[in-house]
Every structure is written in C-alpha cells, then in structure tokens.
Design a protein around this ligand. Structure first.
Ligand SMILES: Cc1ncc(COP(=O)(O)O)c(C=O)c1O
Length: 364
C-alpha cells in the first residue's frame, strides 16, 4: 500500500462513492432519465442528450498514451484547476490541514485552499536575475515543523516566473516528504521547456503528483481538460471525490480529435514556433528602454520588469493587446506578464512599446 494514501481525509477514505448510470452499449438507455431525442444543433458523435461515459475511458486512454503513463495513473478533470481542487478537498481537513506554496506562483492554489478552509503556508522563491529558485531548506523546514502540511505545490515552469525549477531540488523535496506530504508538480507549461516530465519519476516517488493540461501547448483552453497523474491509489482517492459525469461529451470529443496521432506533428511545430518567438520577443524587449529586465523563460510567456509598467501596459492596449499586470505578486514590483502570441501579435506589441518610448522622449 502507498503510505501517502493515509494522508487523505479519513472521511474520504471511507466514502461510499455515488453510483452513476453506467454505460452498457448492448442496451438502449432507459435508466438515466435522459431525453431520448437530440437537442437542436447537437452535432456531437455521442449525442448531448445522454450523459457522457463516466469515467471517461477513451479520454483517459488517450491522456495516458499522450503522457506516457498507465491508464490507472490518470484522472481527467475540467482543467488542471479541477485537479488542484480535488487534491485539496481530498487531502486537507477544513480548519486543520494546510498546503505550502512558493510565491510568486499560480493564484488558484491559494483560492482552492481558502475555499476548503485549509491553511496556506508561504515559502517564497528566491529571486535573482537568472530567475526564481526553490528555497529548499526553508521549504523542508516549514513542512517538517508543521504536521498540518498535506500538499506542497511546486510550479515548474513557474507562473508568473517563467523559468523551470531545478529538478534535483524538486526531487529532494519529494524524497524528504515521502509519507508526510504529497508533492504536486504543476507542469502546465512543460511542453515549452524541452525537459522531461516528472511523470518519469512516479514509480520511485509514491508521494509525487504531476499536473498536466491541454490548455497551453495543445491549444484547448476552452475545452477544459487537465490531467492529474499519480500512483494508482492516490488517483483512486481523487476519483471518489470528482463529481459523476465530470467531463462533458464536447470536451471528450474535441480532445480525442485534437490530440489524435496525426495531429502531433502540427502541435510540435506550433510549440517550436512559440519557443522561437519567445526568444525573439525576449531579445527585442531587452532593447526597449521601458523594459528593465526580461526574466529567462521556459514557458509560453515572459515576465518583464518595467521601468514604467503603466506605460508598457497602455502601450500594449494602444495596439489592441492586453498583457497581465503582476505588480501584486510578491517580488514582482513593476512586472508584467506577456503571453507569446503569433509573430504578427508580437511584432505589434513591440511596435506599440517603441511608439510609446518615442512619445515619452518627445514630451520629456
Ligand atoms: C501554473 C498553472 N497551473 C494550472 C493552470 C490551470 O490550467 P487549466 O486550464 O488546465 O485549468 C494554469 C493556468 O493558467 C497555470 O498557469
């Protein structure tokens, strides 16, 4: 047995799961109170009038194949947001347990913890001009001195930092916390790094959980499909908590189509274009007077420290683009986050910033 399963809330471990109307393709359905006719405009293969297959076997098989793991190691959710939420709801008792986050980081970890009534312990990343790094000693100290810690969220590449964390440091955290806490490595942007996924290490680290998403590299943010990947026993805990029929038919069908083997070359090419645009945009932004520093990025965005963040924000708007203000994130004063767009969008953004620079020189 995986000793980390006992970290889950006791009432979840003994929960009687909801019994849903299972699929049996030999029969026509008169067991789920569905409508026998399709709705207008329903072009789905399965029919939106019937509940989707639950669990979504074909979808899970595709995700397992895509991520190179076994079927029993994956659980699909509505975005990796749902994976985050399920982990916190399954492992953190309200008012008693906590998660650890390393700011600046993805905001939903905190929100999901607060909704659940779980505590949030912060161990800030260490900032330098070459990016943000884990403070491993402080992180381990925070976890080991506090029995309430059930989940540690490591975002790599980080959002908003952009750089990937040191793999050896993350593994060390995982090893040290085995049996005490789950270590959740959020790899939302891993496809842009060229680095191997932590899924390769699952067999040796029973407390490791990896989050992947189709929202970024696979261009399916609107389909809402993320995957939690972990040891089978941890996945079966989360599967008790996810609502029945969680993944809509339209999501299943779009994912199966968009990630089919014949689409992979196109997806890889698009990722390569975004990576080369990232390099080109970073270099050009470094030449801009309004930009003080461009952080190294392994993701599909750049974190930039501006000499005047409002001026850069408004320059983007003046050419019809919106970038993300990160000034409220710790250690990100004067910082904006810029998603890598099409070559045309990136060029337009640079033009907007250069025009703003010229205007400010004229008025100075
Ligand atoms: C680090 C990180 N994790 C998770 C998510 C959520 O992604 P999804 O669309 O899969 O819910 C995001 C979204 O921006 C993210 O940046």
């Amino acid at each position: 047995m995986n000793p980390n399963v006992k970290l889950a809330r006791p009432e979840i471990l003994t929960l009687q799961s909801y019994v849903y109307a299972a699929w049996d393709h030999r029969y026509e359905r008169m067991h789920a109170n569905e409508n026998p006719w399709r709705a207008a405009g329903d072009n789905s293969l399965l029919g939106l009038n019937v509940y989707p297959e639950s669990p979504a076997t074909a979808l899970h098989a595709r995700l397992a194949e895509l991520y190179g793991v076994a079927l029993y190691q994956v659980l699909a959710g509505r975005g990796s947001d749902e994976g985050i939420d399920l982990l916190i709801r399954s492992f953190c008792r309200a008012g008693k347990d906590s998660i650890v986050i390393c700011p600046p980081t993805f905001g939903f970890y905190r929100v999901a913890a607060e909704v659940q009534g779980a505590g949030v312990i912060e161990v800030p990343l260490l900032r330098s001009s070459s990016g943000f790094a884990l403070n491993t000693d402080k992180l381990l100290q925070a976890c080991k001195s506090n029995e309430s810690v059930k989940l540690v969220f490591l975002c790599s590449p980080g959002n908003p930092p952009g750089n990937a964390l040191n793999a050896a440091a993350m593994l060390n955290v995982c090893r040290e916390l085995n049996g005490r806490a789950l270590v959740v490595v959020d790899e939302a942007y891993i496809e842009f790094t060229g680095r191997p996924s932590f899924t390769n290490l699952l067999a040796d680290h029973p407390n490791l959980v990896v989050l992947r998403t189709l929202s970024k590299a696979y261009a399916l943010a609107g389909a809402r499909c993320g995957t939690t990947i972990a040891d089978a026993e941890i996945i079966s805990v989360l599967a008790r908590v996810i609502p029945p029929y969680a993944i809509p038919t339209s999501t299943v069908e779009s994912v199966l189509e968009a990630t089919a083997p014949e689409q992979r070359a196109r997806i890889a090419e698009q990722i390569q274009t975004l990576i080369s645009e990232r390099g080109r945009l970073a270099e050009a932004l470094r030449q801009c007077a309004l930009i003080r520093h461009v952080f190294p990025s392994d993701a599909n965005f750049l974190l930039v420290e501006c000499s005047d963040a409002d001026a850069v924000f408004n320059a983007a708007r003046s050419v019809g683009l919106v970038v993300r203000d990160q000034r409220k994130q710790p250690q990100c004063g004067n910082c904006l986050r810029i998603t890598i767009g099409t070559p045309e969008q990136n060029k337009r953004l640079l033009q907007g910033i250069r025009d703003a620079e010229k205007k400010s020189q004229v008025s100075a």
